[in-house]
Design a binder for this molecule. Structure first.
Ligand code: URA
Length: 180
C-alpha cells in the first residue's frame, strides 16, 4: 500500500507481535523510534511497562498457550516522523487495514490502548479519560467483540499515579477472560 506518506519516512512496517492464536488483541497507536528500528510494536520503555502490566494478570506476548497469550498491533504500522501524533487522515487510512487485521486474527477481546486507538475502535470522539475501564461492544460482521479502553502505557510512564486505574482495568480484563 503506497497511499500513506508515513511509509516513505519510516524504516520498518511494524505489523504485529505476539501469538496470532491469542484470544486477546491489544491495539496501540503507532510505532515510536524503537519500534521503527526493530520492526516490532511496543519494544521501547512503554512496551516494557506493557509487558509487566499484562504479566501481572498472567498474559504474555511470548506465550505459546493461546489462553495465556496476547497479540499486539497498532492503528498505524508506520512511525510518524519526530514525535508528532498521527494526523486524522493518516489514522483514517490505517483503519481498513486494522479492521481486516481484526477479521483475520479473530480476537475474543480487544484492548484499546490510549485515546487514539479507543476513539477509532469505538467510533467516538469521547476521550480516554471518560471511556477507560468501560467495556463496549463493537459489531464486526456477524460477531460482536468486547473492547476495553485502557490508558496507554506511555501515559502511565508520565503519570504514574494513574496506574491504579490501569490495575483496576487489568483486573476487569482478567475477570472477563475467565468468563470466556
Ligand atoms: N506506542 C504505541 O502506541 N505503539 C507502539 O508500538 C509503541 C509505542
Amino acid at each position: 500500500f503506497e497511499g500513506c506518506g508515513l511509509k516513505a519516512t519510516a524504516h520498518s512496517t511494524v505489523f504485529c507481535d505476539g501469538n496470532p492464536k491469542a484470544r486477546v488483541m491489544l491495539v496501540g497507536e503507532a510505532p515510536g523510534r524503537d519500534e521503527d528500528r526493530q520492526g516490532r510494536p511496543f519494544v521501547g520503555r512503554s512496551g516494557q511497562l506493557l509487558d509487566r502490566m499484562f504479566a501481572a494478570i498472567g498474559l504474555s506476548r511470548s506465550e505459546d498457550d493461546a489462553e495465556k497469550a496476547i497479540y499486539i498491533c497498532n492503528i498505524l504500522p508506520w512511525r510518524p516522523p519526530g514525535k508528532r501524533n498521527p494526523s486524522t487522515e493518516e489514522i483514517a487510512l490505517g483503519l481498513p487495514f486494522l479492521l481486516r487485521h481484526i477479521e483475520l486474527q479473530k480476537p475474543q477481546i480487544i484492548v484499546a490502548l490510549g485515546g487514539v486507538s479507543s476513539k477509532q475502535l469505538l467510533d467516538t470522539s469521547t476521550g480516554i479519560m471518560r471511556t477507560r475501564g468501560r467495556w463496549a461492544d463493537i459489531a464486526f460482521g456477524e460477531r460482536t467483540i468486547p473492547v476495553l479502553p485502557m490508558f496507554h502505557p506511555a501515559y502511565l510512564l508520565r503519570q504514574p499515579a494513574q496506574k491504579r486505574y490501569a490495575w483496576a482495568d487489568l483486573q476487569s480484563l482478567r475477570t472477563r477472560i475467565e468468563a470466556l
